[in-house]
Ligand binder design. Structure first.
Ligand SMILES: [Zn+2]
Length: 267
């Protein structure tokens, strides 16, 4: 059963080769290795998302651009997505298993270093001290320059998992990750406070920051299509992505963009 402590980290073989981490426990999954120890190796970007596939539609073009520039990107996928279908023939447990593989395939295409699955059941997230501490633990472990969250202010109708993940991530970034005495147990484990100067909100209705994805739209669409249970081969999906990127780039010098809300953090 998925719990807040049932955390699994998957590295691609290339990421493992360059990671330098120790205390690995191999479980023989195809192309992946389960990492049971807590890593303290730094990454530049930590993306915290509610469900498998959320990142692909919102910001995969940006992820591809970042990894091409040499940034190391980590995903934290909070739920297992086990309720994300209208097909009653698919059992939730099977859907969760498939969606995890879809997420790994999409991440591999985009050059993401690691995917961390927290494996909460879909529709189960709550704003609890335990969930918040779990995100703080990851921030202090990976010590990113940027944390990306989804938008917690979707107007009226929005998925509760999105609201909760966003609020918990925002609170974890400020102030909990940065204050010395927020979590004495984390401090005792050697996880020092970490203070970022900025964070980004993806899929926002209040954009103030744009990233050129003209050169990475094709890889974004390829990553999106890895989420077969969610988009399938729907031909409209790629066109919708292009139109969305085009409208996000309105007024910019480039053709296609992903839009974010950027917040500076003053400590
Ligand atoms: Zn979602």
């Amino acid at each position: 059963m998925a719990t807040a402590t049932a955390r699994c980290v998957f590295l691609t073989p290339l990421a493992l080769y360059s990671s330098g981490v120790t205390n690995l426990y191999c479980v023989g999954l195809e192309n992946t290795i389960e990492l049971l120890s807590v890593m303290t190796k730094q990454a530049q970007v930590l993306v915290v998302i509610p469900h498998p596939d959320d990142v692909e539609s919102r910001m995969a073009g940006t992820v591809a651009r970042w990894t091409r520039e040499g940034k190391e990107v980590i995903y934290v996928v909070c739920t297992n997505g086990d309720k994300g279908t209208n097909d009653s023939n698919i059992k939730p447990q099977e859907l969760a298993r498939v969606r995890e593989q879809e997420q790994l395939a999409a991440a591999e295409i985009l050059g993401v270093r690691e995917v961390i699955f927290l494996r909460y059941p879909d529709q189960s997230l709550e704003d609890t001290p335990e969930f918040r501490e779990e995100i703080v633990r990851l921030i202090r472990t990976y010590r990113p320059d940027i944390v990306v969250a989804v938008d917690s202010y979707g107007r009226y109708i929005d998925h509760r998992d999105h609201r909760i993940t966003a609020r918990v991530t925002l609170d974890a970034v400020f102030p909990y990750a940065g204050y010395t005495h927020s979590y004495p147990d984390l401090l005792e484990q050697g996880l020092q406070p970490h203070r970022m100067k900025e964070m980004l909100i993806c899929g926002t209705q209040d954009p103030n920051y744009y990233i050129d994805i003209t050169d990475t739209i094709d890889i974004k669409i390829a990553a999106l299509r890895c989420n077969n249970t969610q988009v399938g081969d729907e031909p409209r999906a790629s066109e919708r992505m292009r139109q969305w990127a085009k409208s996000s780039a309105e007024g910019q010098e480039y053709e296609l963009a992903e839009a974010f809300h950027r917040e500076e953090i003053r400590w």
